[in-house]
Design a protein around this ligand. Sequence first.
Ligand SMILES: Nc1nc2c(ncn2[C@@H]2O[C@H](COP(=O)(O)OP(=O)(O)OP(=O)(O)O)[C@@H](O)[C@H]2O)c(=O)[nH]1
Ligand SMILES: [Mg+2]
Length: 212
Amino acid sequence: MIIKSAELETVCGITSKLPENELPEFAFAGKSNVGKSSLINALMNRKSLARTSSQPGKTQTINFYLINKDMYYVDLPGYGYAKVSVEVKAKWGKMIERYLRNSKALKCVFLLIDIRHEPSANDRMMYDWIVDNGYHPIIIATKLDKIKRSQVAKQVKLIRTTLNMEKEGLIIPFSAETKQGREEIWEYLESYLKPEEPEMPAEAPETGENQK
Ligand SMILES: Nc1nc2c(ncn2[C@@H]2O[C@H](COP(=O)(O)OP(=O)(O)OP(=O)(O)O)[C@@H](O)[C@H]2O)c(=O)[nH]1
Ligand SMILES: [Mg+2]
């Protein structure tokens, strides 16, 4: 994908009204520090438009990035950040839920899981919750550069079984350091943006006379 433009268009806090976008949206969910903002930067071909940090909990708003005036990447706040109070966590849970449930433009939810670890109870909840809302989550297994190549298949399998994924469910290993996996994610996004194939001319309509 060629990135011609990328800009942060809307920032929503807990009490903000969510935008009603017409262009397709792609959301990135996952626990705090898993690499959502880093992935979004890589997919925007920018170093630091989406803010990242060694301090988890950096993204505390829902951020809508307009890409090529064609679609949005939606950076969601991470769940499971220990230093945030129970009330704040609950409020964020509600906000993410409100977004995922109500957006009419949301095409696909990417759920990020650290390739080094077994998915947590929160990850499993998030996965099930996305499925229950009618989406087929794409798993991005992040921080691929942090494990040996020989470990990749084993870790991918661990993610698949722990999340109890559908057989055809997609897991894309990705590294924000090496950008491995980026092309595949771009291809996937593009498949949503392509205009629909023109319909084949219909055959002459049946009159119904010969039908039972
Ligand atoms: N080695 C390596 N580090 C990564 C990768 N992706 C993210 N990181 C690092 O992990 C830390 C967290 O990354 P973020 O992109 O800020 O994570 P986030 O999911 O947006 O975190 P929150 O905003 O807190 O929810 C940063 O220090 C990143 O540099 C990766 O693929 N490889
Ligand atoms: Mg972030």
